[in-house]
Design a protein around this ligand. Structure first.
Ligand SMILES: *[C@@H]1O[C@H](CO)[C@@H](O)[C@H](O)[C@H]1NC(C)=O
Ligand SMILES: *[C@@H]1O[C@H](CO)[C@@H](O)[C@H](O)[C@H]1NC(C)=O
Ligand SMILES: *[C@@H]1O[C@H](CO)[C@@H](O)[C@H](O)[C@H]1NC(C)=O
Ligand SMILES: *[C@@H]1O[C@H](CO)[C@@H](O)[C@H](O)[C@H]1NC(C)=O
Length: 480
């Protein structure tokens, strides 16, 4: 596939895809033998037309959304690649996979947990991986978890050759690129919560700016360039998604293939004076999540109908189509495993006991299947029974109570503090507690700091009111 060019690559949006298709020898116990195409984008926050972003050109992903159930409030369990990917691909929290860095393989380090593709493979599917699905390196045993997860060896197309081509930046003239609405470090932010974006600082062009560590703001014109490059990557990625989905049409597979689209975590672009991932804020934990299920989230395409015609982001802007359906329910990326299994008609793994290190196959996430039931508008409250009770958990480790060179990515042995965060529809609440990396134990009576942001009065999380509310009635428990 020859993409015309690629914008600046260091923000590294990568398209990873898992394909699973029913082999001829599939057991005949499922009612709908659907293929599954899981698109996992690296580092993609929901800056997309279908998530209400007016600047971004993402016509192909928006088109997918128009035929999908879209989740407005989906959150990753840890805002860094390997821990997040291992978490959602096994359906276990980082405290179960015991992977908070990049340096261990869960099967030998924590438990021999099944993965989404492994489960499909064991249920008669042929499973294939293209690009970055598992994080490369130790965390997937240098093999993308082969042979357990895959029917054929994973394929890694080269992507580096597009690194310095910048055609997609033309979609975002610098004068049109806005700055983050809240570039200040939040008031009352405990030092432990701040990620000093050290990998960005290692770039030559950033070093030339002589920024002060850890807070030194990036000059506004340079911020604009970073944001422009990120948005250009999003549009480039969108063209790749468009090509992939139009191939489904060409192969007449749109009526028999579930398409799930998500990302491993979000990405800060100057919000809170921060860049990249490595925190518990919404901007780094919130991810796009949508599922196209033929005949369920959209009517079946009729013979020969183009369901996903390729759309060029350079074509003149038309209205972003409405998402097919959407829900504001709080959901965790962990739910991908049981939900995909259920949508494909496979048995949904049982809920995990706590702890569950001994159990190879169980789920810590909710099965979201109920949200796909097609109730009329008036029945909506029945489907969303208790939205206020739903909670999404995330966590982030730190080596110290204040920003250090390794605060973004501490190695397991250096972790001293763990920030456990819960997000409800009403607030985000985080406590930073002592953590023992030998025993994998968090000490909830050793509270180092806390954060509390209310969604209604402070949607961007710029005013930490934790200290104002000490002694008030706050959530008691952090264990799911
Ligand atoms: C881990 O699970 C895989 C896949 O089921 C199995 O082949 C392997 O023997 C298991 N390893 C251990 C040590 O139990
Ligand atoms: C990890 O990879 C090595 C080298 O290929 C292999 O010997 C080892 O068995 C793998 N570990 C597991 C748990 O499969
Ligand atoms: C940039 O903004 C101007 C003024 O709002 C608008 O007319 C123009 O279409 C924008 N350019 C792009 C490429 O979006
Ligand atoms: C970099 O900044 C420091 C203090 O912020 C200043 O003392 C130093 O002269 C600066 N270096 C250059 C090369 O501008």
């Amino acid at each position: 596939m020859p993409p015309p060019s690629r914008s600046l690559l260091w923000l590294g949006l990568v398209l990873g895809a898992v394909c699973a298709s029913r082999g001829p020898a599939a057991p005949g116990n499922a009612t709908d033998p659907l293929n599954v195409l899981l698109i996992i984008v690296d580092d993609l926050r929901p800056s997309l037309g279908c998530y209400g972003n007016k600047l971004i050109r993402s016509p192909n992903i928006d088109q997918l959304a128009s035929r999908s159930l879209l989740f407005q409030n989906a959150f990753a369990q840890q805002a860094v690649c390997a821990p997040s990917r291992v978490s959602f691909l096994t359906g276990r929290r980082p405290d179960t996979t015991r992977l908070y860095d990049f340096n261990s393989y869960w099967r030998v380090h924590a438990g021999n947990f099944s993965t989404i593709p492994q489960y499909f493979k064991e249920n008669g599917y042929v499973t294939m991986s293209v690009g970055k699905v598992f994080h490369p390196g130790i965390s997937s045993n240098h093999s993308d978890d082969s042979p357990y997860s895959w029917s054929v060896p994973p394929y890694h197309p080269s992507s580096e050759k597009y690194e310095n081509t910048k055609e997609f930046q033309k979609l975002y003239p610098l004068e049109n690129v806005s700055l983050a609405p809240d570039p200040q470090v939040p008031t009352g932010l405990p030092l432990v919560a701040y990620n000093p974006w050290m990998d960005l600082r290692q770039r030559e062009d950033i070093q030339a700016l002589n920024l002060s560590v850890p807070y030194g703001p990036i000059p506004a014109d340079f911020q604009r360039k970073i944001r422009q490059s990120y948005f250009a990557c999003v549009s480039y990625l969108d063209t790749q998604v468009g090509r992939l989905l139009s191939a489904l049409d060409d192969l007449q597979l749109a009526s028999s293939t579930i398409v799930a689209f998500t990302s491993d975590h979000g990405w800060a672009l100057g919000e809170h004076g921060e860049w990249a991932k490595y925190s518990n804020f919404d901007v780094t934990t919130r991810v796009p999540l949508m599922f196209y299920v033929p005949g369920r989230t959209a009517p079946l395409p009729v013979e020969g109908e183009k369901f996903f015609p390729y759309l060029d982001p350079f074509d003149s802007v038309s209205e972003v189509p409405e998402p097919g359906r959407q829900t504001g329910d709080l959901v965790e990326l962990l739910s991908l495993f049981p939900t995909l299994a259920g949508l494909a008609g496979l048995h949904v793994p049982p809920r995990c006991p706590i702890p569950s290190f001994h159990m190879e196959l169980c789920r810590e996430g909710r099965n979201l299947l109920k949200l796909f039931e097609d109730h009329g508008e008036e029945e909506e409250p029945h489907v969303r029974s208790n939205p206020r009770e739903l909670v999404a958990y995330s966590q982030y480790p730190r080596p110290a109570d204040s920003p250090q060179w390794n605060s973004d990515k501490p190695s397991l042995e250096d972790i001293k503090v763990m920030g456990y965060s819960i997000r409800t529809v009403d607030y985000r609440y985080t406590v930073w507690v002592g953590f023992n990396p030998q025993e994998f134990l968090a000490n909830f009576s050793d509270i180092h700091a806390g954060e509390l942001y209310f969604v209604a009065s402070d949607p961007l999380q710029d005013h930490n009111v934790y200290n104002d509310s000490q002694g008030g009635t706050l959530p008691q428990s952090f264990m799911p």
